[in-house]
Design a protein around this ligand. Structure first.
Ligand code: CP
Length: 305
């Protein structure tokens, strides 16, 4: 169903698509280290166009393609590309589509991945468009919940941090409308969820905007923490006023219920104390590692033969 299709928003995926990706990701998880010899993506080229910094998304896409026996061409830094000479995104895409079979793009502007898909005859994957969406991170997040808790259905999920600029939060909430879950949202007053996301989810999810983080910590199955997105603030003083608004320490984790987990799309700045990393509820590094099977699954489903 995903073959030759772009993935710009989680709204492009129904629950069946998500489950198909997870089934394929399970296969990739089992065979991650021996897929290269079968070369399912032999002679295929993936391009990564990153106009914003990334560690996990770019490297896991590249690792996934390499593990599938394909090749990668990469623009890891817009400063060293012809963007710095003034080339438009549309013109860059017209070139890169003739150099590769699938394009992964991250860009600071909302809508950039959609625009890229309009100028490309090859599938485009949105790896983050400004404060818009990050659909492949959401697949990683949902897959983590499924693997670590057995199911996504009927879970209580508390999302804490920058709900305004956090694209992983927007995509995650939109995707969770496919499931029966309870959502608690916690943020500083000026970093609340944008109206366009809230309107989309409010009638489909049991959503609660809360101040009592203590109670949510005790009753949630998942604490999903996000950093405050410094790069989105035009006035950096506003950012410095907000850092440290929330911090999960060992003390909070000890109040969480049995079998609950802590997730974070990363990078983490100071919102989770490093001592939490050694506790069994801390799943954020495992979560990042699921990026490989999920992205192997996506690449092969979109660009495989
Ligand atoms: N989670 C995530 O998108 O991480 P990177 O910015 O390192 O790609």
């Amino acid at each position: 169903m995903l073959k030759n299709k772009s993935l710009i928003s989680v709204s492009d995926l129904d629950k069946g698509d998500i489950e198909d990706i997870f089934e394929k990701a399970d296969y990739m998880y089992q065979n991650m280290n021996n897929m290269r010899q079968n070369e399912p993506m032999k002679l295929k080229i993936l391009s990564t166009l990153f106009y914003e910094p990334s560690t996990r998304t770019r490297l896991s896409f590249e690792s996934a393609m390499e593990r599938l026996g394909g090749s990668v061409i990469s623009m890891a830094d817009s400063k060293t590309s012809s963007f710095s000479k003034g080339e438009t995104l549309a013109d860059t895409i017209r070139i890169v589509e003739s150099y590769s079979d699938i394009i992964v793009i991250r860009h600071p502007l909302e809508g950039a991945a959609l625009l890229a898909s309009r100028f490309s005859s090859k599938p485009v994957i949105n790896a983050g468009d400004g404060s818009g969406e990050h659909p492949t991170q959401t697949l990683v997040d949902l897959y983590t919940i499924k693997k670590e808790l057995g199911d996504i259905e009927n879970k209580e999920i508390t999302i804490i941090g920058d709900l305004k600029y956090g694209r992983t939060v927007h995509s995650l909430l939109l995707a969770l409308t496919r499931y029966h879950v309870k959502i608690n949202l916690v943020s500083p007053a000026n970093l609340k969820l944008p109206d366009y996301v809230y309107k989309e989810i409010k009638n489909k999810l049991d959503v609660n905007i809360i101040d009592d983080i203590e109670q949510s910590i005790k009753q949630s199955d998942v604490l999903y923490i996000t950093r405050i997105q410094k790069e989105r603030f035009t006035d950096k003083n506003e950012y410095y006023k907000l850092i440290g608004s929330y911090k999960i320490t060992k003390k909070e984790v000890e109040k969480m219920k049995e079998n609950s987990i802590i997730m974070h799309p990363l990078p983490r700045i100071d919102e989770i104390d490093v001592e939490v990393d050694f506790m069994k509820k801390a799943k954020y590094f495992k979560q990042a590692s699921y990026g490989i099977p999920i992205r192997m699954a996506l690449i092969s489903m979109i660009a495989g033969d």
